[in-house]
Design a protein around this ligand. Structure first.
Ligand code: NAP
Length: 256
């Protein structure tokens, strides 16, 4: 436990269960002194997220569906009345239909494309717009991305295209929010076994490939990502914005 984030409030979005990257991020931020608010989407996860919020200092556990503007406005209203302002926004949210995460990319349907881009990329834009009035100057917005944005990764398909849009959004939002002293960055995590990851066809082969070829000869854990989220939330990263930081045991730098 350190006091690096003492006095800071972090909103962590995308906790589905204990394996979620957002869960490890929330734990890490709490361990370094941040006060938390967590959000969840599925009603079936409500109890688990409330329990986690209780364990991590008793912060708010709020429902938010990023596909709904009304839900985003409601989130802002509750945060404003309970916490007034926040310092950190963690966007750890993505969705694509399972049938889009296998086979040929060109088979992606119009609706499948729209849903994946809406939930996984546009949601960061909508959230940034809605919450920017309550993010303190010096605050930090971060989102989770993956190598499939810049490389063609088998079966990742439309999610890779959504991540490319997400990473471009990081850069545009960094310019927009930089005027207010708010930083926006992406963390490109190596593959981690979570509910979302398991929806990608052949995911276990991807894990094995990384462990074999990454310079560090291992996969990354959600805790590795949590540690970087602490850095990005803290003033130690005060001059870093618009970047994608790879937390992938070095896999992305390997050629032949
Ligand atoms: P996860 O536990 O399944 O988290 C995904 C989250 O997105 C869930 O909490 C899910 O909530 C939420 N979500 C989906 N639709 C939503 C909506 N309409 N409104 C609000 N929330 C919604 O999987 P994860 O691996 O931790 O994923 C977190 C982020 O990390 C994603 O952006 C993912 O692409 C990224 N990432 C993952 C990996 C990996 O290998 N795991 C690698 C790099 C990047 P419900 O389940 O309640 O719907």
């Amino acid at each position: 436990m350190s006091a690096l984030l003492e006095g800071k409030t972090a909103l962590v979005m995308g906790v589905a269960n204990r394996w979620s990257i957002a869960t490890s991020i929330a734990r890490a931020l709490h361990e370094h002194g941040a006060r938390l608010a967590l959000t969840y989407e599925g009603e079936r996860t409500k109890d688990e997220v409330e329990k986690l919020a209780g364990e991590l200092g008793g912060g708010l556990a709020l429902h938010c569906d990023v596909a709904s503007d009304e839900s985003l406005a409601n989130l802002r209203a509750v945060l404003e009345s309970e916490y007034k302002q926040i310092n950190t926004l963690v966007h750890s949210i993505a969705f694509a239909r399972r049938e889009e995460l296998a086979g040929k990319y060109y088979a992606t349907g119009r609706d499948g494309f729209r849903i994946a881009l809406d939930i996984s990329a546009f949601s960061l834009v909508a959230l940034s717009r809605e919450l920017q009035p309550i993010i303190k100057p010096g605050g930090s917005v971060m989102t989770m991305t993956y190598l499939g944005s810049v490389r063609a990764v088998q079966s990742y398909n439309v999610m890779g295209v959504a991540k490319a849009a997400l990473e471009a959004s990081v850069r545009y939002l960094a310019v927009d929010l930089g005027e207010q002293g708010i930083r926006v960055n992406g963390i490109s995590a190596g593959p981690i076994k979570t509910a979302s990851a398991r929806a990608v066809s052949g995911f276990t082969n991807i894990l094995a490939e990384v462990a074999l070829r990454a310079p560090l000869r291992r996969n990354v854990s959600a805790n590795d990502v949590g540690n970087v989220s602490v850095f990005l939330s803290s003033d130690l990263s005060s001059a870093i914005t618009g970047q994608v930081i790879y937390v992938d045991a070095g896999y992305s730098i390997v050629g032949i």
